[in-house]
Design a protein around this ligand. Structure first.
Ligand SMILES: CC(=O)N[C@@H]([C@@H](O)[C@H](O)[C@H](O)CO)[C@@H](O)CC(=O)C(=O)O
Length: 295
């Protein structure tokens, strides 16, 4: 892993592979890493987040997954960000210490979502207590109000955040409120922070207001295509970038079917997207353990 390289571009929010009897399946993670790097050109991952269903896993499972992703990503991935948020502060702190011990390139924390912080100071207090357990690890706030119900504006949260959290590095911004994101980015003193956008369907809009990159589920299987959009945006060829965004992300993702098939030789991940017939990608599959007869 290349340590401390600035985090930008695409970050795949990884799915957690499971066995048919509901246990985590660590054995396919090395192939998952190879798939992301070679097939999707994605070298950053976000582990145990929403897509990985981290909050539905036990602490032990989350640690084992983090260790395996770190181990298999060594010398292949640039960044492994571990989500360590939890309802329990003590558990979140334990996960933060663990992520630091295994050398994670960053940690991220969502707001507690049952007994919710009601203002900026409560939220900041929680984040600070977790971040301080990993004092050398870059820290990201994971803003996903649709899931947590915590709607404190990030723009407000960021005021003076480095004084409370010296490791604060940026935000994984999974919300459609682009005004909030723009206001975060447009403060001069925040230029050094990283803003990673998390609503894949409208990434281009976030790039236009200065997002550094993106974390999302679709980069598991549309990473290569989204990289083309990033290249078109950087050129800049906005017409082409818009074409990519519209073609691959404007269809109702909530209707998207994403499932894992458990076959004798391993796990097949199938993604069905309701896209028009003139677009070639309708079904995306990746084999976490490809059978010999397929190659
Ligand atoms: C609510 C949700 O799952 N949002 C996804 C998006 O990538 C989302 O799947 C995508 O925009 C398709 O709707 C990410 O923001 C979540 C994420 O990055 C994570 O797994 O932590």
């Amino acid at each position: 892993m290349t340590p401390r390289k600035k985090l930008e571009g695409l970050v795949a929010a990884t799915v957690t592979p499971m066995t048919p009897d509901g246990r985590i399946n660590l054995s396919v993670i090395h192939q998952y890493v190879d798939y992301l790097v070679s097939e999707q050109n994605v070298k950053n991952i976000f582990v145990n987040g929403t897509t990985g269903e981290g909050l539905s896993l036990s602490i032990q499972e989350r640690k084992q997954l983090a260790e395996e992703w770190m181990c298999q990503g060594k010398d292949k991935l640039d960044h492994v960000i571990i989500h360590v948020g939890a309802l329990s502060l003590l558990e979140s702190q334990e996960l933060a210490r663990h992520a630091a011990a295994i050398g994670a390139s960053g940690i991220a924390v969502i707001a507690p979502s049952f007994f919710k912080p009601t203002n900026k100071d409560e939220l900041l207090g929680f984040l600070q207590k977790v971040a301080s357990e990993a004092p050398t690890v870059p820290f990201y706030y994971y803003h996903i109000p649709a899931m947590t119900g915590v709607k404190i504006r990030v723009e407000e949260l960021l005021d003076g955040i480095r004084e409370q959290i010296p490791t604060f590095q940026g935000v994984k911004f999974s919300d459609t409120d682009l005004l909030d994101l723009a206001q975060c980015i447009n403060k001069k003193e925040r230029e050094q922070f990283v803003f990673l956008y998390g609503v894949d369907e409208q990434l281009l809009s976030a790039l236009a207001i200065g997002a550094n990159g993106a974390v999302g589920s679709t980069y598991n299987y549309l990473g290569r295509k989204t990289n083309l959009m990033l290249q078109a945006f950087a050129k800049p060829d906005l017409a082409l970038a818009r074409k990519y965004q519209v073609q691959y992300f404007c269809y109702p993702h909530r209707e998207q079917t994403f499932f894992l098939l458990y076959l004798p030789w391993g796990v097949l991940c199938v993604v069905l997207s309701p896209v028009p017939s003139d677009i070639p990608v309708k079904v995306n599959c990746f084999q976490l353990q490809p059978p010999a007869f397929y190659s």
